[in-house]
Design a protein around this ligand. Structure first.
Ligand code: SF4
Length: 440
């Protein structure tokens, strides 16, 4: 490719994350990650951050976006899909020669629909695919689909996302460690994917745990400390305490040697020894996906690798080593019994976590439940993806964009709750948590 070609302009767009009460609290890791790969290959790349857009109107939001040759997107959450497709439409009209391509979990799971909105789609990781899209366009040979396999692109051998694409205030803030004094923090991933297959989930892409090497972990933290004076990290990995003992030890050693505090999320399979090591490495808090207080629902959602004894043991072990826990629950899952609210509150009382969050169940496209709704007693799914959020009534009483489905509640159905009743259940548990100051 000639130098001239390398002077092409590439914009990576971060959507508004409209479903969050505070979209700038978390940082757009994947957009920065792929922008870094493109810049490393020699292209002129900018990241456009719509999280700070002042209007909800897609037309207004996109007014300040300048002309570029390529616009790339990473649709990690279904809730972003309609916004991104609308932006593509507007920008295509304004800049007809521009090429628009997206990857991400939502695209992986709904390729046929994604193709209708984009010039090219990326299936699997995007490290090579976005570059191939540029190169093929220049050869007048753009394909519709760019697929690569996660097993061919280990996360351990890729670049550390550079944060200088965004102003400092969008990279670092003190909100990620609210309640822990003044901790400038940012978000990162030290692994991608998950080995489990919970039936409501699509975050297990890839269905394996690809990890960063200890060297990379230390280099990234060192970069964040030197450049942004970061003192705390939100480790956004789906499973921060790796079930593989050797990897777990190496990762936690790297964190410990980096002298940083961190919080993250993990499974309840973490052992006392692992939790002790996590505490020694600077871990202050772990979120765990308890999901439901009902053992039958736990089976329905294919999470039989955890039961209430294990959850209670984890909580006790975390307390022993001084790690705070945040319990994540979902209400509205298939098969919930009439007394789910009572059961949930009983479990919360028994667990006595420091924090808890309640989400509304979301039949995310591509998840086993959304792929086979009848089996789970769902009679109707609303495909308006703009409504796809699981955060309901957590931060505001009018925060209600989720539950885009309706159960069959007839006599032989496994489900008993209407959409309205699920809403009422969520409000009741949210109120219980708010009264005890367990929500943040
Ligand atoms: S819910 Fe968590 S543990 Fe289950 S598949 Fe998804 S990422 Fe993995």
């Amino acid at each position: 490719m000639s130098i001239q070609n390398k002077q092409l302009k590439v914009l990576v767009i971060v959507p508004s994350w409209h479903y969050y009460a505070d979209p700038v609290k978390h940082q757009p890791f994947w957009e920065l990650y792929y922008a870094t790969h493109l810049r490393e290959a020699g292209y002129e790349v900018e990241v456009v951050d719509l999280r700070i857009a002042e209007s909800d109107s897609f037309e207004d939001m996109t007014k300040s976006i300048v002309e570029a040759d390529f616009y790339f997107y990473w649709i990690f959450k279904t809730g972003d899909a309609l916004e991104i497709y609308s932006i593509v439409k507007i920008l295509k009209k304004r800049f007809p020669k521009s090429i628009h391509a997206a990857g991400g979990t939502h695209v992986d799971k709904t390729p046929e629909d994604a193709k209708k909105h984009l010039d090219a789609i990326v299936i699997g990781p995007g490290e090579k695919s976005f570059l191939n899209i540029i190169e093929d366009t220049l050869k007048n040979n753009l394909s519709e689909v760019y697929a690569s396999n996660y097993s061919e692109i280990p996360f351990s051998e890729t670049l550390i996302p550079q944060r200088d694409f965004l102003p400092k205030e969008l990279v670092v803030n003190n909100k990620l460690f609210t309640g822990y004094a003044d901790v400038p923090g940012t978000l990162t991933y030290f692994s991608r994917g998950c080995i489990y297959r919970c039936s409501y989930c699509t975050y297990n892409v890839p269905n394996a745990l690809q990890v960063r090497t200890p060297r990379q972990i230390k280099d990234e933290i060192s970069y964040l400390k030197d450049r942004y004076a970061i003192k705390g990290i939100l480790v956004k990995d789906e499973v921060a305490i790796n079930p593989n003992k050797k990897i777990c030890t190496e990762t936690l050693n790297a964190l410990q040697e980096s002298d940083i505090i961190w919080r993250g999320q993990t499974t309840t399979l973490a052992t006392l020894d692992q939790l002790k090591h996590a505490a020694d490495s600077g871990c202050l808090e772990l979120a765990i996906g308890v999901e439901t207080a009902d053992e039958n629902v736990m089976k329905i959602i294919d999470k039989t690798w955890q039961d209430q004894k294990q959850i209670l043991d984890f909580a006790e072990n975390a307390r022993k080593v001084g790690i705070k826990i945040k319990v994540c629950l979902i209400l509205g899952l298939p098969g919930e019994p009439r007394d789910i609210v009572k059961k949930t509150i009983n479990l919360l009382e028994e667990l006595n976590p420091n924090f808890a969050s309640v989400s509304g169940f979301l039949p995310v496209p591509g998840s086993p439940i959304a792929n086979n709704p009848k089996k789970f007693g769902i009679k109707k799914i609303d495909n308006n993806w703009h409504k796809y959020s699981h955060l309901l009534f957590r931060f505001a009483d009018n925060e209600e964009v989720g539950l885009p489905f309706e159960y069959d509640t007839s006599e032989n159905s496994i489900n008993v709750f209407s959409r309205q009743e699920i809403i009422e259940n969520i409000i009741e548990v949210q109120k219980w948590l708010k009264d005890r100051e367990m929500v943040y």
